[in-house]
Design a protein around this ligand. Structure first.
Ligand SMILES: Nc1ncnc2c1ncn2[C@@H]1O[C@H](COP(=O)(O)OP(=O)(O)OP(=O)(O)O)[C@@H](O)[C@H]1O
Length: 332
């Protein structure tokens, strides 16, 4: 079991309000990802859940029990950090077992759990090695293994993949997804990475300036963002925002995702001049300076050859246009 309730949690450092009243319910077994711009309070919220920081007010409730006065080690939580935080002088086996020894777990139980976790994370060949003799990806798997053996109610991940190179990040991301499926454990995960958030999360929590902007399943946020901030934050490349008045619309702002426009050299809705084309292999990002709509990013599938300075017309898919009012809220 590992449900979590966050009730009106506020946190200030001195006179700076970092968390301004967070309410969130996480179901047992759910994978919840916190995203938001740098400094929005993601890590602070995770640290408050873990008990590494005290909230200034509000409650943290794990499995129905208020834990504000419970020390971190007794909250039934395991945290995985960006920097691994392994003991350099201990081998993998001992790094994974140390926490269990400290709470006087019987030796045969420790052996069983280390065996299961190292099997799950493909760490068996490395059990006798020290961290310095491992790659970054292997070290992070040990850090995850150390969390797994504790059989926590709640796993907390603070940007666990950001020190890994692109290929390892993909592999480790898959491993975390499989781990979640196997353990059916509750996981809370902080990341900067759009792809990690979209692919791992049951629900994404979008934070901005210490407040929650929206909570929802990845495709719900992508298809139905409640406001300009979420519309611009979820999706890559970012949604295009166009001044509604320039288009003769009543809405203050019009939003179109780069992948929801087509281009044609002869005709279309918005005439523009190509500024740059980025060839990504599977698709091309075109940057167009459009007369009415301003600077547009358009994503075309496959290779699209367009020299800077040439004229192209962009046409949005009418069923995929977003409209926002003066307050930046989505007009349904
Ligand atoms: N111990 C501290 N003392 C004072 N201010 C702090 C402390 N920890 C964090 N802050 C401030 O709180 C704000 C939120 O920090 P936090 O690390 O939670 O943001 P974040 O969303 O995780 O950012 P990033 O994505 O850059 O890691 C920042 O402005 C930060 O400078």
């Amino acid at each position: 079991m590992g449900s979590l309730n966050i009730e009106n949690v506020k946190k200030a450092f001195g006179s700076v309000d970092v968390l301004k009243g967070i309410d969130l319910e996480v179901r047992d077994g759910e994978f919840v990802v916190f995203v938001g711009p740098s400094g929005c309070g993601k890590s602070t919220l995770l640290r408050v859940i873990a008990g590494l920081e005290d909230a200034s007010s509000g409650n943290i409730i794990i499995d129905g029990q208020k834990v504000d006065a419970v020390p971190p080690a007794e909250r039934g939580i395991a945290m995985v950090f960006q920097t691994y935080a392994l003991y350099p002088h201990l081998n993998v086996r001992n790094n994974m077992s140390l926490g269990l020894k400290q709470i006087k777990t019987p030796a045969d139980e420790i052996t069983r759990r280390v065996k299961a976790a190292s099997g799950m994370l493909s760490l068996e060949p490395y059990l006798e090695r020290r961290p310095a003799e491992l790659s970054g990806g292997q070290r992070q798997r040990v850090a995850i293994g150390r969390a797994v053996v504790r059989e926590p109610k709640l796993f907390l991940f603070d940007e666990p993949l950001s020190n890994l190179d692109a290929a390892l990040r993909v592999n480790t991301r898959l491993e975390i997804a499989q781990l979640h499926r196997r353990l059916s454990a509750t996981m809370i995960y902080v990341t900067h990475d759009q792809v990690e958030a979209m692919t791992l999360a049951d629900r994404i929590v979008v934070l901005n300036g210490g407040r929650i902007e929206q909570v929802g399943a990845p495709m719900e946020l992508y298809n139905s963002p409640t406001n300009l901030f979420v519309a611009g934050f979820i999706g890559s490349p970012k949604m295009n925002f166009i001044d509604g008045t320039r288009l003769g619309e009543t809405a203050k702002t019009i939003g179109v995702r780069p992948e929801h426009m087509t281009v044609d050299p002869k005709s279309g809705s918005w005439k523009g001049t190509v500024i740059h084309a980025e060839h990504l292999g599977a698709d091309t990002n075109l940057y167009l300076d459009a007369e009415q709509a301003g600077l547009l990013t358009i994503r075309t599938f496959g290779e699209y050859r367009a020299e800077p300075g040439t004229t192209l017309y962009a046409t949005p898919d009418p069923s995929r246009i977003f409209r926002f009012n003066d307050q930046g809220r989505t007009i349904r």
